[in-house]
Each structure stands twice: as C-alpha cells, then as structure tokens.
Design a protein around this ligand. Structure first.
Ligand SMILES: [Zn+2]
Length: 363
C-alpha cells in the first residue's frame, strides 16, 4: 500500500508518501518520488504514529449506568466512594469482561499503548494484566497498594507485577506514604505517578516532592505552577472530558506556553469511553469555548508523540522504516494534517495496514 499525502509525527507535519507492507513501513519520501511507479494500491491520506491513551482507570468500565450526580470526590474517592463500592461488588468475571470490552474499543481506535491507574492492589494489577493478553496493546499498569501505613512486603509484591504505582493524590496520601512509594519505584526502575490539582489547587512542592514521573490533571494549576512543573521536567497527563464533567478544565494553552510535555488520557471508564479521538476533538473545542485556544499540533503531540517519549520509545513516534510499532493510516485530506487529525478522526477513517487477524479481541 502506498499512502500519498502527509506525515504527522515526532518531526512535525510534512507532505510525503509512505509505503507500507504487512504493517511495516518500507519506504518514506517526498510525494511523487516513490519507487513503485503505480504498481501498488494508492491511498490519499495522513500517516501518523499509533496513539497512546496516557491515563485510564479501565477497571471502572464495570459501571454501565449514568453515575449519580455529585462532586467527583464523592464518586471516586477511596475507599468508600461510589466507584469503590461498585468495584467491591463486581465479580472478577464481570470486571474481566468489562476490561476486554475497553481493550477492544481502544484497539479498534488504533491505540497501541495505555497507561492505567489500577486500584485494588496486587489482585487488581493481575486482573488487568490477564485481560490485556492478546490485545496487541502495550499495557503500562500503575497499581496501588492497599495498606496504610505502607507495608513493604505488599509494595514489593505489587511492584513485581506492576510497572509502577499510581496514587490518588497528595491530599489523600501522607508525605510518608508518597516517599515510601517513590523510593521503592525508583529503586526498581518503575514509574511513580499521582493526580494533582484536580478539584482544587495544590502548591507544586506538595506534588513535586518526592519527584513523580507523571502528574495527572493539573486542572486548577496556575500559570506559575505550570512553569514550576515544566522546570521540573515532569510530564502531565490531562483528561479534558473527565474534568469538564465536573465543571473544570485544564489550561492547555498555558501548558503549551510553559513547554510542558503533555499527554492525553480518557480517565475513568465509568464516565467516558476510552476513545482518544473523542478526547482530542473535545480538547480542541473546549479550549476555544474557554477563549484559551491551544494549537492542534500540540494536542496531536499529546496523543501521538509525547507518550512514546515518556515510555522511552520515541522511535515509535517517527514514521520511518524500522519503526517498532505500526503507524496508522487515516483517510483524511492531507493539507493541514494536525488540524485534520485532531478534529476529524474517527475509527472509520483508519485504513487497516496489517493482514487481518491481528489485534482482534473477543470478550
Ligand atoms: Zn485518574
């Protein structure tokens, strides 16, 4: 297959062609210079790296009804919020089925990696790990130890199966807990992340010490806070739809100005389908609604480039022969690629690049 149009990746947007065979990029070049001279199926479109969903709580997918009204804290705060009561009453089989559904949805959307905050301790991590088998998605699981004060043995077993720890926030977890978790993660080369400034502003030194690998939300952070976060070089995953549901918005324009490495996530699966494309379009529109527009290029990077950098796999975000993860081909007009990709992509526009049979997920 030969895609003629544009490439949008870690090196930005440019016109060009990409030749793909069996899901692998074989050749990339300037339009009209390909070696095939019309012998292969041609498609007009945009080639992008596969997106990453950088913040989810897929376990919540067991919820199938509209959540009750109320502040987010009452809904998702451990250990007695609506969400935790729901998780406690669902059977492992119900959770597994819900997780498989969420993975199928993401695979259909072309997502190739997901960073999930998994509650419910070691069992929660194992459940997600098992549900992720055979989905074709790289699943980065930040688990959460159950005992407080931190039980070293529990934390060690958690980190044997998880890729790190994702805590609720510095409002709910003591400095002692955060220090113990961050130290254990660092010692084992694992990730430590937490939610910050979601419902109300927190001072950056509360969530930046100990230093996390990932912050979630920063919906209430000021421009000065964001400058401190940018200086610290800590990546931030934002979830505009989830915030909007509770009447807030992260200031993405200020994040862009501050030079933050921003990632995009869909947050709680009980509130929103884990669709990175819906999240992208909403983020673009929401910043206009607020009168603080963000560039389409910055948003595209948050889904397609920055998460791969965060994972230490920037090669997956460069459309070139030998890229380790297959790219996506989108049937979109190639003239303004970032704008098209951010505001127009749906799963129907994804052209399959691999032989059928890959990444098909049953329940
Ligand atoms: Zn979250």
């Amino acid at each position: 297959m030969l895609v003629e149009g544009a490439i949008l990746d870690a090196d930005g947007a440019r016109p060009g062609y990409v030749r793909i065979r069996h899901g692998r990029v074989r050749e990339v070049g300037q339009r009209g210079t390909d070696s095939l001279r019309g012998r292969e199926r041609r498609i007009r479109g945009i080639v992008v790296p596969s997106p990453v969903n950088s913040h989810t709580h897929l376990g919540d997918a067991v919820s199938v009804r509209e959540p009750p009204p109320g502040p987010v804290a009452r809904l998702v705060r451990p250990p007695h919020g609506y969400k935790f009561r729901l998780l406690a009453t669902a059977t492992p089989e119900e959770k597994r089925r819900a997780l498989r559904g969420a993975f199928a949805r993401m695979a259909h959307d072309g997502v190739r990696a997901v960073v999930d905050f998994r509650e419910e301790g070691v069992d929660g991590v194992n459940l997600l790990r098992n549900a992720a088998r055979g989905t074709g998605l790289r699943t980065v699981i930040l688990g959460r130890p159950l005992r407080r004060p931190i039980d070293r043995a529990e934390l060690a077993s958690l980190l044997r199966v998880a890729d790190g720890v994702g805590l609720s926030s510095a409002l709910e977890e003591s400095l002692e807990t955060r220090n113990a978790v961050a130290r254990a993660c660092r010692a084992r080369g694992k990730y430590y992340g937490l939610h910050a400034s979601e419902a109300r502003r927190e001072a950056p030194d509360t969530y930046l010490a100990p230093r996390p690998d990932l912050l979630i939300h920063l919906a209430k952070a000021t421009s000065d806070d964001l400058a401190v976060v940018a200086d610290a070089g800590v990546s931030v995953a934002v979830c505009p739809r989830s915030n909007a549901l509770f009447g807030r918005q992260p200031d993405l324009a200020a994040m862009e100005r501050a030079g933050i490495s921003m990632l995009l996530g869909t947050d709680n699966a009980m509130f929103h389908a884990p669709s990175i494309w819906r999240e992208l379009e909403f983020a673009y529109v929401a910043t206009r609604l607020r009168g603080r527009p963000v560039s389409a290029a910055f948003l595209a990077r948050a889904a397609l480039v920055e998460p791969w950098r965060w994972l230490g796999e920037l090669d997956a975000a460069r459309v070139a022969p030998g890229m380790p993860v297959p790219p996506l081909v989108l049937r979109l007009p190639p003239d303004d690629p970032a704008y098209q990709v951010v505001t127009r992509t749906t799963e129907h526009l994804i052209v399959p690049v691999e032989p059928r049979g890959r990444a098909t997920i049953g329940p």
